[in-house]
Design a protein around this ligand. Structure first.
Ligand code: KIV
Length: 304
């Protein structure tokens, strides 16, 4: 069935893949809610990842391990409702793909069927993981791979640090990326690896690489929205470029509001509603007739 589409056309997986051949960079960010997804989409981003980093940046967990499928779907729905153009990818949270291929495919399909995503991301490239990716691709679910630093493995790895700095680990990450391509992923996220390794992998893969802390030679870049905008105060990894100090800006705005309310400077007449002339006179007369001496509105409020 061919339908006339009068909406802005969505960026597709094949379109993103064609960018690699054309030498055009893919630009991606994370988003977790309706208003920020709208800003990102209107600004012209190619891909929006509803990352499980939401566990840390918007839900306040210590790491991404506690994030659930329901939380991911809830936030992916909000993002999808805002996005008209970018490709939305939902991140498979820890333990949503660890039990069986059936459960993995079912969970992945929920991002597409219930949350409006155009694909899913999954961390890792072990033997079992590759089988799961094949099963998802077989079910026509576009899959974004993720190697290098994989934050869901925090309890296994012990700490978040650059991966692939020694030759053995670098070789393993290269093999992981090649195996992901063979398993059918449409692109691979390379997180926190030396730029020389990212450059090598980018040259060896025919699908795009999207780097985060992986240097300039990847086919695309992704950052966490709250890092780029300075919404999250405090420590930021070296690979982040902070374009704004949103945390300070918001703090300043809220402090001004507090002061205005306390000083009686807000709300002003411009922020208030008025009655029409006739009603105003009636209300004024009611106020004058009040036996308690208090305005009629105040009595009604205290009675509630
Ligand atoms: O969850 C996330 O935000 C991610 C990106 C950092 C790639 O996986």
């Amino acid at each position: 069935m061919i339908m006339k589409d009068d909406k802005i056309s969505k960026i597709t997986v094949p379109e993103l893949q064609a960018r690699k051949k054309a030498g055009q960079k893919i630009v991606a960010l994370t988003a977790y809610d309706f208003p920020s997804a709208r800003v990102l989409d209107e600004a012209g981003l190619d891909l929006i990842l509803v990352g499980d980093s939401l566990g840390m940046v918007v839900l306040g967990y210590e790491n991404t391990v506690p994030v659930t499928m329901e939380e991911m779907l809830h936030h992916t729905r909000a993002v999808s409702r805002a996005v008209r153009r970018a490709l939305v990818i939902g991140d498979m949270p820890y333990f949503s793909f660890h039990l069986s291929p059936e459960e993995t495919v079912r969970n992945a399909s929920r991002f597409l069927k219930e949350a409006g995503a155009g694909g899913v991301k999954i961390e890792g490239a072990g033997r079992k993981r590759l089988k799961l990716i094949e099963a998802m691709v077989e079910a026509e679910i576009p899959v974004l791979g993720h190697v290098g630093l994989t934050p869901q493995s925090i309890h296994h790895l012990g700490q978040f640090k650059v991966r692939g700095k020694n030759l053995e680990e670098a070789r393993r990450i290269l093999d992981d990326a090649l195996n992901l391509e063979k398993a059918g992923v449409f692109a691979v996220v390379l997180e926190c690896v030396p730029l020389e390794l990212a450059r090598l992998i980018t040259g060896r893969l025919s699908v795009p690489t999207i780097g985060i802390g992986a240097g300039p030679y990847c086919d695309g870049q992704i950052l966490v929205f709250h890092d780029l905008t300075g919404f999250t105060p405090g420590y930021l990894p070296k690979f982040v470029k902070k374009y704004l100090d949103l945390h300070s800006l918001l703090g300043r705005a809220v402090r001004s509001y507090i002061e205005d309310v306390r000083q009686g400077d807000f709300p002003e007449d411009a922020h208030s509603y008025h009655l029409a002339e006739a009603e105003r006179k009636t209300i004024a007369a009611l106020g004058r007739r009040s036996r308690s001496g208090r305005p009629a509105g105040a009595r009604a409020a205290s009675a509630r």
